[in-house]
Design a protein around this ligand. Structure first.
Ligand code: ZN
Length: 368
């Protein structure tokens, strides 16, 4: 993920801190230093954030370790103030496996909350039920840790993307409707729920502004995640071979931008691979051409303007993983090799076309 700081590597999984988490940490530290003379505070804001960080991290490792049980590798974990993201290589085969992976995170917070509650019970400090949702206070550290985990548990189980609850909902729906349609359904349900949050939050007597914020957050998150998820989940059953384009026009690294522009205007292709001595040395898309034209003029050679990062694909690669990587690294076109022979190319439009042509996918799904 962009704008993140790598802080550790645990069990082969890299852990990143998102910048918003760092800002929050610095902000609270500055605020905390100002009130350092406050009496009786044994849990100041800074330590609270550190512990929150730890709980979120444990939550994500819950997902990661459950994923590992089903052979799903986690590449990295990124921590955000509202939770974490465990980037997994693929969606597991069976919906119930996905459900268990999604539930494993909140389960960690449940166990932690239970542990803190038990401690409170033994030490005779269980607060009155009416105080359970009071803001974090300094006078009962264990109690604050307990409520934090209760909040992490319940917030993540809201049945809407991008929360874990959204994944649980999708998995349940997928058992009946199949993954693709289930994703669309889960997105609609999540957005409906989000609208509910916003409306409820706007009621003057009972609502509050946080409900509105959470609602807007879920609405936007559900849409973005939904688009991505529905594409990705529809691609699970495909390999690179299924979307290969055998007919393509490679450019030479010694060609000029003028030649490339002419090819762009003449044909259907919008992205090209660039070849030098029979090896693929770069790629070129429309934006790079326009930029190159502006900077160097049409006589400049492609080796100066092409994108030199080449994603090498093989026909048997999983299409959902490749799509993921292309989106992540902003790659428009990639060459496909079989036994070190260039046999075709793949671009993101191809992948989309494959989904449109595939009529086993009910594209309209259910909408409400
Ligand atoms: Zn989670």
């Amino acid at each position: 993920m962009k704008w993140s700081l790598k802080i550790a590597k645990v069990a082969g999984i890299e852990v990143y801190l998102h910048w918003t988490f760092i800002v929050l940490l610095v902000g609270v530290l500055v605020g905390g230093l100002r009130s350092v003379n406050h009496e009786g505070g044994n849990l100041n804001g800074f330590w609270f954030i550190i512990l929150l960080f730890l709980f979120v991290l444990l939550h994500e490792f819950g997902h990661a370790l459950m994923g590992k049980r089903f052979g799903v590798k986690t590449n990295h974990i990124t921590l955000l103030p509202i939770g974490g993201v465990a980037a997994m290589e693929h969606i597991p085969e069976q919906p119930w496996q996905e459900m268990l992976i999604a539930l494993a995170g909140p389960a960690v917070n449940f166990v932690l909350a239970l542990g803190f509650l038990l401690f409170l019970g033994i030490s005779g400090h269980v607060p009155a039920f009416s105080d359970w949702w009071s803001p974090v206070s300094n006078d009962n550290m264990v109690y604050s840790l307990f409520t934090t985990n209760v909040m992490l548990f319940s917030f993540n189980l809201i049945p809407a993307f991008p929360m874990d609850g959204g994944r649980v909902l999708r998995a349940l729906l997928a058992m009946k409707y199949g993954r693709y349609r289930a994703t669309n359904l889960a997105v609609r349900i999540g957005q409906l729920l989000a609208i509910g949050f916003v409306l409820y939050g706007l009621i003057p007597s009972t609502g509050n502004i946080w409900m509105v914020f959470i609602g807007v957050f879920i609405y936007l998150g559900a849409g973005a995640e939904g688009n991505y998820e529905s594409t990705r989940s529809a691609l699970v059953k495909y390999k690179v071979r299924d979307a290969i384009m055998h007919h393509f026009s490679p450019l030479q690294s010694s060609d000029t931008i003028g030649t490339a522009v002419k090819m762009l205007l003449d044909g259907q292709e919008k992205e090209f691979i660039v070849i030098e001595n029979d090896a693929v040395v770069g790629t070129l898309n429309r934006n790079e051409m326009i930029e190159g034209l502006g900077h160097f003029g049409k006589e400049a050679v492609l080796s100066e303007v092409m994108n030199k990062v080449v994603l090498r694909l093989e026909p048997e690669m999983q299409l959902d993983e490749v799509y993921d990587q292309m989106t992540d690294e902003n790659v428009e076109i990639a060459p496909i090799f079989e036994n070190n022979q260039l046999i075709g190319v793949l671009n993101r439009d191809n992948i989309m076309e494959l989904l449109i042509i595939d009529n086993s996918q009910p594209h309209l799904g259910l909408r409400f």
